[in-house]
Design a protein around this ligand. Sequence first.
Ligand code: CA
Length: 514
Amino acid sequence: MNPRIVSLFVGALALAQSVVAADRPNFVVFLIDDMGIMDTSVPFLTGEDGTPKRYPLNDFYRTPSMERLAGQGIRFNQFYAMSVCSPTRISILTGQNAARHGATNWINPDNNNAGPQGAPDWDWEGLAPGDTTLAGLLGAGGYRTVHVGKGHFAPRALPGADPSKIGFDRNIAGASFGAPGSYFGEKNYGGLGKRTHHAVPGLEKYHGTDTFLTEALTIEANAALKEAARSGDPFFLYFAHYAVHSPFDSDPRFAANYKDSGKPAAAQAFATLVEGMDKSLGDVLDHLEAIGEAEDTLVIFLGDNGSDAPLGNQHEVACAAPLRGKKGAHYEGGMRVPFIAAWAKVNPDNPLQKALPIPAGAIQPQVANVTDLFPTLLQLAGVANPPGHAVDGHPLQTLLTGDADDSRPRQFLMHYPHGPHRSNYFTVWRDGDWKVIYHYLPDVPTHGDLIQSGGARYQLFNLAKDPFEQNDLATSEPAELRRMMEGLIARTEAHVARYPLSDDGKTRLKPVLP
Ligand code: CA
């Protein structure tokens, strides 16, 4: 071939590649640790007329970037996560419910934390090289895939602890553990002090500086975005903040905003972590615009479990008020999380946005959950799920456009065959307006507290009439209780869920009908 033709040919190839890149959206999954649906100034809950309703916590927190994102996209008010960290994270990457993938508890990096009567065959080992993951599939499909922040996918001694071994091209600061040693650069993010086993790796250049962990991760994430954009390939940034998980280190940049709030010091510190996370969101949105990728980038913002704000008792209406309960609990406050989806910059003429128009400032009331991200992003990327990999989630596209989707079940299963945590040895089944909670071992001490269930093995709530779970109908609605338990049993069996042990450790405690 003569040189001119070669050059034309190469030019045409480059053009074809850039067309391919622009044909597919970039994805930013912005995952916040331990952030519940009420830890924000954005009202997610709605009043009886279906419009957003503010509660006092919405006026305590300051999240202007979330307001910006919610204003240009859609937020869900019944979005569910698992009640603790690792199960949700592995559900996002696999599309499977925790009852199926088996990592039903948070992964302790150094000890199997099944619990005294916990399912001994739960998947403490988490994700491993070779497992089918969203990152691996998108990477094989031509995406640049970057992990920033908290991993928590596998124990310390196993390769899956490193996100670059389970499908991501790059890992920045991800490791086996869930909580950072410290948020302070002055403490080397845990490298100095008593929490060196949780020292956040890979951020050495910030050691000894006053760069707060959330800020350091943001700088690194934006640099990675720039590099990915330069490649011309579409990208998938999984940005999992360590914030707002404990330790509740007060971010000095924002502390003054809460000093007159009347809230306890720990709650004020928690609010500074929330605000720092929110600044990070705004910085990423601005950066996407600066590098020319904002219109082509779908941003999905969500929390990984219910709120852990240090306010009040875990089974009362307190830190997730008006919802009952908090992280780890079987009440709605334990597993309802904020979820916002938006194009990073709205342009109705952009072809990708024409294909997936997301209404501005909208609320989606239909039930959805963390397993739905996997099929959604794969479908948008035009990447097939491999045969043999079961997926429990359903694509969110219809819901993202603001419509109802009658093809998807209005259901959610949350299976926790472990203890001790805030709630122990339970399975929750949501189906339509109803929610049943099955306690395998009623009234087990939980962090020194008791499950306030009146000794019942079942709790039943009608969330349409009683969204804050104040009226247990397990006794007064026996037919509904039975129907709901049939659904719970059918779904746990379909997932081949692993069950806790009896008191003598000899048998499995399977859920039983009332
Ligand atoms: Ca968490």
